[in-house]
Design a protein. Structure first.
Lengths: 368, 68
């Protein structure tokens, strides 16, 4: 078996030296040890690699390195034959420079963008009246207080569920993810704000962590990110449903303005009252006009009847003997009998003549 | 017989006025129609005054419920 291990070891020893990139975890360094040990972790998929490095060399180049740092390690794979353990024997170590970080971020951004994780059509609308707001934030107060104050001054009845977590350091990304998930499981949480105050580029790196970016994109509840300052754009901002540059912007996004809401309600109410009064007034005027017509109608009718009556009377009068007399006729009477024939009187007999105006007496001269 | 609604009363009143204004109703009937019209007018007035009272009541209730 020893020969087997030694064989593998010598076979591995023929491999070239390589540069490996990863995140330092489980760093163990003791003065009495000849070597320093740590594990390199791939932040994307979590795969691990044990590394050993001569203490002197480590102290010379990586003295300030600590858990969570991204590094490039130059080394040779080897098998520690006595224990059958595979590891990378590091010869040199370089801390990730700003340029390396930026390049890595850019690569990650391209990759996630290609997957459509940042697409505009993935963004969800935020609720207008959230029942409960989840707030993922550090326990360092400032960011938490700012967001809470902004939300509660805008909408005092807001119910905010605070999930405190690490927002800095190597454990931040997974701690934020865990808190995010815990808040999602709470009953009635309609929107979640992930808030973190400003910080250095490195401080904000956990908010560009691939796992966190994916967790935010996959979150069943809409997420608003308020991380760092205006000029910072951690990748989580691209995956969230809305991004806020300040705590007050975040508050504006997640809660309505209570005062404005009340004012609008007030306006609606007075509009309601005005509308009811207007309808009433309209009906009243209409009724008054109808009533006026009603009052006039019978008099009009009587007037018309009177007029018709006058006409009838006129026609009646036209048929009376008076009217005939007026046209020049005369009525001749003898002993109160109307004379209708010449043979009804004798010459010398007295007759009475009635005219339209008055009349006279006469004697018959002759009959025909 | 239940009282007609405001709209029904108003409609009947208008029909009466139209008939009276057309002038073809006999005088006896016209007087009866006038009487009925006045009755309907009074009913409509009452309805409107009730509605106004209700508006005032609701308005003052809303006023007192307004958060200060």
């Amino acid at each position: 078996m020893g020969a087997f291990n030694r064989g593998i070891a010598s076979w591995l020893g023929r491999l070239p030296t390589v540069w490996v990139e990863g995140e330092i975890t489980e760093l163990r360094r003791q003065a009495r040890w000849a070597s320093v040990f740590f594990t390199l972790k791939d932040p994307a998929d979590g795969s691990c690699l044990s590394v050993s490095m001569p203490r002197g060399q480590f102290d010379a180049v990586g003295g300030s390195v600590s858990d969570g740092d991204r590094v490039h390690v130059y080394g040779r794979p080897e098998l520690f034959a006595a224990r059958g353990e595979f590891r990378l024997r590091a010869l040199s170590l370089e801390q990730f420079g700003l340029g390396d970080h930026l390049a890595a971020l850019e690569r990650l951004k391209q990759k996630l963008a290609a997957e459509g994780l940042f697409a505009a059509e993935r963004k969800r609308a935020l609720p207008r009246f959230p029942r409960k707001i989840g707030l993922v934030t550090g326990n360092d107060a400032a960011a938490k207080r700012d967001v809470l104050t902004a939300i509660q001054s805008r909408f005092p009845p807001a119910s905010v569920l605070v999930g405190e977590t690490y927002v800095q350091g190597p454990r931040a990304a997974s701690a934020v993810i865990e808190t995010l998930r815990a808040l999602c499981r709470e009953e009635g949480v309609d929107v979640i704000v992930v808030a973190r105050g400003g910080g250095s580029f490195e401080d904000l790196l956990p908010f560009s962590d691939e796992r966190l970016v994916r967790a935010i994109a996959a979150c069943p509840v809409p997420v608003v990110t308020a991380v760092g300052h205006e000029q910072d754009t951690p990748l989580c901002d691209l995956a969230s449903d809305a991004r806020a540059s300040t705590p007050s912007v975040a508050a504006r996004l997640v809660v309505p303005d209570l005062n404005e809401l009340l004012a609008r309600l007030d306006r609606a109410r007075s509009g309601l009252e005005r509308g009811a009064r207007r309808a009433l007034e309209r009906e009243r005027q209409k009724l008054d006009r109808t009533h006026e017509r009603l009052g006039r109608a019978p008099r009009l009718l009587v007037e018309r009847s009177r007029h018709r009556l006058e006409q009838s009377a006129g026609r009646l009068r036209a048929l009376s003997p008076k009217a005939t007399l007026a046209r020049g006729y005369a009525i001749v009477r003898s002993s109160d009998e109307i004379v209708r024939s010449g043979s009804a009187v004798e010459p010398g007999e007295r007759v009475d003549i009635e005219l339209a105006e008055g009349g006279f007496g006469a004697r018959v001269e002759e009959t025909r | 017989m239940s009282e007609p609604s405001f709209e029904d009363a108003q409609r009947e009143l208008e029909a009466i006025v139209n008939r009276l204004e057309s002038g073809d109703a006999p005088l006896d009937e016209a007087l009866k129609l006038w009487q009925r019209g006045e009755e309907l007018y009074r009913l409509c007035r009452e309805r409107l005054e009730n509605a106004e009272g209700k508006i005032e009541e609701l308005a003052s209730r809303a006023e007192s419920a307004r958060p200060s």
